[in-house]
Design a protein around this ligand. Structure first.
Ligand code: ZN
Length: 163
């Protein structure tokens, strides 16, 4: 999955990006990369530099960066992508302990996750189980209604034929 609003200028190798990520507060943050000023202290870049480019859940590996921007914003930023079944999948950063559950935004509390696993994680397993039960209930109700309905239809159809 890739954000359709992003305008892409070019792709960069991992080795062209990660060694230049500013991970300490005294490091220079703005670098010119192939003619564009990039904030190399962006939190997601720091996460990739320190915690790796592999999804911690499915092990999909980030393969390249893309220099991208939103049309209304003058600056480019770098997004990391991996490939799953020939489709581009954006790599994101994820909090080990969610901020709303008291986690901090420190790099130690972060890990790399792919878009697909992140999407699954947004619906926690408890919710998924509740949804599954709701769907199963609905299915059996529909089945019962259908069965009742089918009986009526069959009776109605058969009657004219017999006449
Ligand atoms: Zn994943």
């Amino acid at each position: 999955m890739r954000d359709p609003n992003l305008v892409r200028k070019e792709m960069l190798e991992i080795a062209e990006v990660l060694p230049f990520v500013a991970t300490s507060s005294d490091a220079e943050a703005l670098y010119t990369i192939k003619g564009d000023i990039i904030n190399m202290a962006a939190p997601k870049l720091q996460n990739f530099a320190l915690n790796g480019v592999k999804c911690h859940r499915c092990k999909l590996e980030g393969e390249y960066f893309a220099k991208e921007k939103y049309p209304t914003i003058p600056f480019y930023h770098l997004n990391l992508y991996g490939m799953r079944n020939g489709r581009e999948t954006q790599m994101l950063r994820d909090f080990i302990v969610a901020i709303e559950k008291g986690g901090t935004d420190s790099l130690e509390n972060q890990q790399t996750i792919c878009f697909n696993c992140h999407k699954k994680q947004v619906n926690p397993p408890a919710d998924l189980e509740a949804q599954r039960r709701k769907r199963a209930k609905k299915r059996s109700e529909n089945k019962a209604k259908k069965a009742a309905g089918e009986v009526k239809v069959k009776v109605g159809e058969k009657k004219p034929r017999r006449i």
